[in-house]
Every structure is written in C-alpha cells, then in structure tokens.
Design a protein around this ligand. Structure first.
Ligand SMILES: Nc1ncnc2c1ncn2[C@@H]1O[C@H](COP(=O)(O)OP(=O)(O)OP(=O)(O)O)[C@@H](O)[C@H]1O
Ligand code: SF4
Ligand SMILES: [Mg+2]
Length: 419
C-alpha cells in the first residue's frame, strides 16, 4: 500500500501546516469539560455547576462522519457549542488540526474590563503602542512597581486575547453549525438572499450586491433549490426547504467541518431521507467532515462512519458503526439498541428497560455514573465506588466500564487505556 501524499495548506494565521489527506484528525478534543454555573441567593453568587460535558476525549477525521448519540440532556449539543466556542470550556483542549482553538482565559478583574472594551483593546491599544513603544516603556518604568507589574500583565493578556480573536475568526470560516430547529435559526424578517449572504459579507468580506446574489444563487442550487426562492422570506418555505437554506448558509464560506445538531428531527421521514442523502452528496463533493448529533439510531446508522454513545456528560462506547451496532458491549448501549423499533415481526429482541431517571448532572453519582440504572452492575467489580476505565475491544471499538467479578480477563484482548 502506498502512503498517501502529504498536502500542505496555507492558513490565515500565517502558518503552513502539513496534513495527511484522510487519516489526520481534523478536530481533536482532549478531556473536555464544560460546566454551566448556577447562580443563586440574594447576591446571585455561584452556588453550583451543571456538569454538562465531563471529560470527553475524541477526534474525527477529514471526510468522516462521527455520530454522537445519547439521551436528552446528556450534553451532545454542549459539545458542539463548545467546539464552536459558543460556550467556553471549563477544562480540556480542542484542536483544529494542530491549532489549539479553545478560548484562552484571562483571569480576574482585568478580564471583565477587557471584554467590555474589547474592540478598543484589540485594535487601538496595540496600534498606539507599536507607534510609541519606546516612549511608552520609559514612561511606564517610572510608575510604582505594583502598577508596572500590572501593566506587564496587561501586555501579556492583550497578546493572548488578540491571538484568541484571530483564532475565533479563523475557525468561524472552517467550522459551521446546523441547528435542530430551522425556524429558530432563520431570521423571519430577512429574505433568503440576505440570510445566506450574511456570512459572505462578514466572513468573506464580499460587499458587492451582485456578487453576493450570484454566490447565494449558486449555493441555493447546490442544495436543490430554485432561483425564484432567492427573494422569499423563511415563512414561505416548508420545513425541509428551510433546513436546506440553513445547510446552504453553513456551506457559504466553504467550511471543512459542519456540526449538525439533530438536523432532521423536526422533519417527516421522507424529507429526512432527502436531507440525509443531500448531506452525503455534499460531503463527497466538498470533502466535508461531519459531527452528527442525534438521538435517532437509524439515522446515525445510515449516515455515520463512527459513533460515540454518551451518558451524563461522558462517552460510554465508541467505535465504527458496525462494531457498535452488531456488537454493543456497554450495558447502556445494549439498552439503547434494544429499545429501537424494528419492522421485522419475527424478531425477538429482548428489550432492556432501564430503571429510574437520568441522574442530575449537577450532582452525578459516585463511581460509574450509570451504576444506579445499570442492569449488569452485579456482574462487575466496584461499580458504585470506582471510576470506570476505557477498555479497548479491538479495532476502533472502546467502552468505558469495569472488569467482570469472576473472570481475570473480562473482555477478549482487553487492554486498559488511560486518556
Ligand atoms: N445555558 C445553560 N445553562 C445551564 N445549564 C444548561 C445550559 N445549556 C444546557 N444546560 C444543561 O446541560 C445539560 C446538557 O444539555 P445539552 O443541551 O447539551 O443536552 P443534549 O444532549 O443536547 O439534549 P437534547 O438531546 O435534549 O438536545 C442539560 O442538563 C441542560 O439542562
Ligand atoms: S462500570 Fe458497572 S455500572 Fe458502569 S456500565 Fe460497567 S457494569 Fe454498569
Ligand atoms: Mg441538544
């Protein structure tokens, strides 16, 4: 087998990076934690945290679809929003190829001050400073030492924020999101040409109306819509057509990754199939990578290459679609798959009914977070006390569980992995 040729790619941040066309991860997420603060009391202080995503590690590749499945509230959307920097991560790292893209934090009061005057800080101050550098430094060095120390920190903080700002702009073009509800993501007062043209103006800097119309028309045709749709408002379309408009808007800036957050769950089955086929065609044509978030297992089986099953902010099983669907190994995945409706009246799948509700992500259970509902906990060692471990089952297949009580080797070829 010949090794695929390495391509080089010039990025806007001025670095030339190398990537191996297929099997180089385009997005890498390491031990990602996203907690939402809960405020309470008279002074609205922070009284707790919703641990929406609690230490997930994964990556996905160029031209690949990674399906993310799990019950409602397990943190799927939060992962998508965190990758897109719509919510800040509490801990962990996110990389786009080899560029770290999670927002860097600047601590303390200064952070509030800087965020309030961000544009001024990011543009004006560095500009003024560069011009009068020597004068500035001389004047500052005469200040009392505590003020001079603060000034030095400010300089570092501004550098971090400037870089962060550039990274934000850089990934906005490369990573796009399609939200679950097309009605909520389209401005009802705007015509389609403005809706799809907006990213062209903001991210591509195209200002001429004629150029924007031409590009929007091209995009509409890519998603099988007609030129007469250009000047219509969102309420004049069906649900499927609205979702096509949202997909066209996501494609406007030639992204490389699209995060699809339940893009078909508001649609009926025939339109769902059309949209899924459209997505597959677009992926082939434009070499796109998809993070496909859904709770519909049939959809994910149809569209994904690999799948990650989530429970209470953590991954419990990952693997190629066939590995997970034909050999589900984690008790939660088994229960999820057994609940899938089947069209075969002769099929005798034993439905596993999970007891109780999903625990609160504010105060997740000790040990394995699935243990209060796990039908297999008696067969394993220490489910309520020990943290489960990542176990390699061969190929791309991993589960997060604990060893069996009676057997020395719980799984064929078992190997414990630490992240
Ligand atoms: N802005 C927020 N502030 C506080 N908690 C939030 C916020 N957004 C989400 N959550 C909580 O974080 C957890 C995960 O939410 P998320 O929207 O990621 O779930 P999900 O897996 O996408 O669910 P669904 O399948 O219903 O869309 C939930 O418990 C939710 O209540
Ligand atoms: S560690 Fe125990 S409770 Fe958790 S999934 Fe495995 S068997 Fe079930
Ligand atoms: Mg969601």
């Amino acid at each position: 087998m010949t090794v695929p040729e390495l391509k080089t790619k010039k990025t806007e941040l001025g670095k030339t990076r190398k990537y191996n066309n297929k099997r180089d991860a385009i997005i890498t997420v390491k031990n990602l934690k996203t907690y939402y603060p809960i405020y309470g009391g008279m002074f609205k202080r922070k009284v707790g945290e919703v641990k929406a995503v609690d230490g997930v590690t994964f990556n996905f590749y160029r031209n690949e679809t990674l399906g993310l499945v799990g019950e409602s509230g397990c943190g799927k959307t939060t992962i998508g929003n965190t990758i897109l920097r719509l919510v800040p991560n509490t801990d962990g790292e996110i990389y786009y190829e080899d560029l770290r893209i999670d927002p860097r934090k600047v601590q303390g009061l200064l952070e509030r001050w800087i965020s309030r005057y961000k544009t001024l800080v990011l543009y004006a101050i560095p500009g003024i400073y560069e011009k009068n550098k020597e004068k500035f430094e001389k004047w500052m060095s005469r200040l009392p030492s505590f003020l001079y120390k603060r000034y030095k920190r400010l300089k570092i903080d501004i550098k971090i924020l400037q870089r962060d700002f550039l990274v934000g702009k850089f990934i906005r073009k490369r990573i796009q999101m399609v939200f679950q509800d097309p009605d909520a993501s389209l401005n009802p007062r705007w015509k389609v040409v403005n809706i799809i043209g907006e990213p062209l103006k903001i991210l591509e800097g195209i200002t001429k109306k004629r150029k924007i119309r031409a590009r929007v028309l091209e995009l509409l045709q890519t998603v099988s819509m007609k030129p007469e749709h250009l000047d219509r408002y969102p309420h004049e379309f069906s649900g499927g057509q609205k979702q096509r408009i949202v997909i066209a808007r996501a494609l406007a800036c030639n992204p490389e990754v699209i995060i699809l957050d339940e893009p078909t769950s508001a649609l009926d089955v025939s339109v769902q199939a059309q949209i899924l086929n459209l997505l597959k065609e677009l992926q082939k044509e434009f070499d796109l990578s998809f993070l496909f978030i859904t709770h519909d297992l049939s959809v994910v089986q149809h569209i994904a290459d690999r799948i990650a099953v989530m429970y209470l902010g953590k991954f419990v099983e990952t693997g190629a679609v066939d590995e997970v669907f034909y050999n589900p190994s984690h008790p939660y995945t088994k229960a999820l798959l057994s609940a899938r409706p089947t069209f075969d009246p002769t099929s005798k799948t034993n439905r596993i009914i999970l007891e109780g509700d999903v625990p609160s992500p504010i105060n997740p259970p000790e040990g394995c977070p699935f243990h209060p509902r796990c039908p297999e906990k008696d067969k394993h060692i220490g489910c309520g006390v020990e943290n489960p471990r990542k176990i390699h089952l061969g190929g791309d297949h991993y589960i997060v569980c604990l060893p069996f009580k009676d057997e020395k080797k719980s799984y064929e070829g078992m190997e414990y992995i630490s992240d």
